[in-house]
Write a protein that binds this ligand. Structure first.
Ligand SMILES: Cc1ncc(COP(=O)(O)O)c(C=O)c1O
Length: 305
């Protein structure tokens, strides 16, 4: 198993990977009552550094707040846990998965009296959407599954249960022979990928769906918006229609797992000339310079361990 490491942190203790277990009757398993994060630690030219750790942990606590979950550790305590866990597992570069979930305490759908468990795991993880996709891009389909709407489940929280919607879309895309799904919102506008935000380039301007399109407010999305603006590019957050996708000059996904992944085809229509476009390439280049520690203008995005 590629994600098997030495240690996992669970409820205050570093335990062996094989011992990081929970009971089958925990609330989170039955009803998806958990919140989680996905963070990356990169090997930079100055040592290992975690990308935008503060923002990820803030989102973790905000997700928990929405669901009345009190995480019994401070942000600083969890920062130390993450750093120590990476060191204990001797990893220079890894994906970091903090999770908080409701434990035993009954099966009421008001789980405020159930216990809250917190765990952190780290493991090496390469390109999320497949090997070589940074250079060659991915082929996508527009999902028959609609993104869960903000007023059904708050999409700004990263809760475990809501990912069942992404699981349907991603599995459907794979069964149809595509690499990833693009989901529309309940109004028919573009929302996001099953686990990534989406950007469109048209006439050298960059567009991305706004928060009311039921998106997760991605930290990579925020980073790319800032980088693009600093590069002098115009970035507009507005609704995008399905046909605009087909006629885009360039499309790409952003996400902690997906980083910046070009989209070269949507439902058998090549995007632009079907190759990775120049603006996507220059954003990728800048992003990788930043995460590798070569660009001092963004050094506050790196938390050295
Ligand atoms: C549904 C969804 N959208 C977008 C993203 C991208 O968010 P971030 O850049 O913060 O990883 C993710 C990944 O966490 C996600 O699961």
């Amino acid at each position: 198993m590629s994600y098997k490491t030495e240690k996992i942190w669970l409820d205050g203790k570093f335990v062996n990977w094989d011992d990081a277990k929970v009971h089958v009757l925990v609330h989170g398993l039955h009803y998806g009552s958990g919140v989680f994060e996905g963070i990356r630690c990169y090997k930079t030219c100055k040592g290992s550094a975690i990308f935008r750790l503060k923002e990820h942990l803030e989102r973790f606590y905000n997700s928990a707040k929405i669901y009345f979950m009190k995480i019994p550790y401070s942000i600083d305590e969890l920062k130390d846990v993450i750093v120590n866990l990476i060191k204990l597992n001797n990893l220079e570069e890894c994906y970091i998965r903090p999770i908080a979930f409701r434990g035993l305490g009954g099966f009421s759908l008001d789980p405020r009296n159930n216990s809250v468990h917190v765990a952190v795991a780290v493991w090496p993880w390469g390109e999320y959407l497949g090997e070589g996709v940074r250079e060659k891009g991915v082929r996508c389909t527009i999902s028959s599954w609609i993104r869960v709407q903000n007023n059904m489940i708050p999409m700004m929280a990263k809760a475990t249960g809501q990912y069942i919607n992404s699981i349907l879309a991603c599995t459907e895309a794979h069964l149809k022979g595509f690499d990833e799904a693009i989901m529309l919102d309940s109004r028919g506008f573009v929302s996001e990928g099953s686990g990534e935000n989406i950007f469109m380039v048209k006439n050298k301007t960059i567009f991305t769906p706004p928060t009311n399109a039921s998106i997760l407010l991605g930290i990579t999305r925020d980073s790319v918006i800032q980088i693009a603006k600093d590069m002098g590019l115009k970035v507009i957050e507005r609704d995008i229609s399905k046909e605009e996708l087909f006629l885009a000059d360039e499309l790409f996904f952003t996400g902690t797992a997906a980083e910046i992944t070009p989209i070269v085809e949507v439902d058998h229509r090549p995007i632009g000339d079907g190759k990775v476009g120049p603006i996507t390439k220059s954003l990728q280049q800048k992003f990788f310079d930043i995460i590798r520690g070569y660009d001092n203008n963004y050094s506050d995005w790196l938390y050295f361990i």
